[in-house]
Write a protein that binds this ligand. Structure first.
Ligand SMILES: NC(=O)c1ccc[n+]([C@@H]2O[C@H](COP(=O)([O-])OP(=O)(O)OC[C@H]3O[C@@H](n4cnc5c(N)ncnc54)[C@H](O)[C@@H]3O)[C@@H](O)[C@H]2O)c1
Length: 323
């Protein structure tokens, strides 16, 4: 695909969705941005940017989804809407099923009936469940251990059925723990960085040895656009991360190195629990060879540079709120 297409982005006002919309606009594409509600910032941007159209659409509302896809007839879709996160999905499992699975089916059906072929689905390493080795590729068994992973895997599999039976092209970008400015969830490295910038010590008691691939938001967005643009896919899934897995203690050390006087420590009294209460699957690094070879994906941020970019943006945001 070349630039100047019309791309429908679901979950467009979410964290990754917003970044994807900005990246598409920056390169000259037209964007149909849909979400449960349109953020003020995006509505304002749409009033000034003729290549941006916004709509409040609940993916659970079949008629609204069909009407949107039929009327605006995008060239392709980036599907970022979901109930996101292991803890959130565990807390509202039925809603997670409705949004992540039923909402995805509504989208695929609307695409089928409207003749829209390609969708890039933002999937996750949670679909793999417990990593069986330190580095895993896309052929690793997918045996999710979380409600979140289960729903995202179901969405992937529906995509395979729609590809086989209806000629859709459902491409799954499996990214890992994405971090960067304005991360909407209270998890590391955000918690580490915010404490350090406030000049407060922070101690996380467990999970210090959990090694997990952490990818800076710009790299995930770049991988999604490369998957969108690839003319012909030989595969329907790509790991898009960094290929290395720093431990949570390494992440704390990166923050300590970047902020003079920071005192961020991570203990190892037990395994890591998401949100302090939902046991994490065994993690590791995602082998990104396929994305490198097939898509030309090359992550630009290692942990230290990504942490430093996040700190700079967080510092600026904190200064703005205290001004
Ligand atoms: N952030 C990460 O670390 C990460 C990692 C792997 C995969 N992903 C995937 O990336 C995508 C975006 O994640 P994010 O971090 O931006 O999350 P987010 O919560 O910021 O964004 C999700 C968006 O989906 C929208 N949404 C929820 N229910 C909807 C519905 N019924 N109809 C329409 N829109 C609805 C929300 O309003 C929200 O704006 C998700 O599919 C997620 O599974 C994220």
């Amino acid at each position: 695909m070349t630039a100047s297409k019309t791309i429908l982005v679901t979950g467009a006002c979410g964290w990754l969705g917003t970044a994807i919309v900005q990246a598409l606009l920056a390169r000259g594409d037209r964007v149909v941005a849909i979400d449960l509600a349109v953020s003020q910032a995006m509505a304002l941007q749409a009033s000034r940017q003729p290549r941006l159209v916004t709509a409040a659409v609940d993916l659970g509302e079949w008629h609204a989804v069909l009407r949107t896809v039929q009327t605006l007839r995008p060239d392709a879709v980036i599907h970022a809407a979901a109930v996101v996160g292991v803890v959130q999905a565990a807390d509202i499992p039925l809603k997670a099923l409705r949004v992540n699975v039923e909402g995805t089916i509504n989208l695929f059906e609307a695409m089928r009936l409207s003749g829209v072929r390609r969708v890039v689905h933002l999937s996750t390493e949670e679909t793999y469940g417990d990593f069986q080795s330190a580095v895993i590729d896309e052929e690793h068994p997918q045996k999710p251990t979380s409600v979140y992973g289960l729903t995202k895997l179901a969405a992937e599999h529906y995509g395979r059925v729609y590809s086989r039976d209806h000629g859709l092209e459902c491409i799954n970008v499996r990214t890992c723990w994405v971090y960067g400015p304005h991360l909407p969830r209270l998890r590391m490295p955000r918690t580490f960085i915010e404490a350090a910038l406030r000049g407060e010590p922070f101690h996380q008691p467990d999970g210090g040895n959990l090694a997990v691939d952490q990818v800076y938001i710009d790299d995930t967005v770049a991988g999604v656009l490369l998957a969108l643009d690839k003319r012909q896919h030989r595969f329907d899934a790509y790991n898009v991360a960094t290929g290395v897995a720093p431990t949570l203690r390494d992440t704390a050390d990166a923050v300590n190195r970047a902020i003079p006087g920071a005192q961020i420590t991570v203990g190892d009294t037990g395994p890591y629990h998401h949100g302090g209460r939902v046991l994490s699957a065994a993690k590791g690094a995602l082998d990104i060879s396929r994305a490198r070879t097939e898509l030309g994906y090359q992550p630009r941020f290692d942990l230290q540079t990504g942490i430093e970019a996040t700190i700079a943006a967080t510092r600026a945001a904190m200064a703005k709120t205290s001004a």
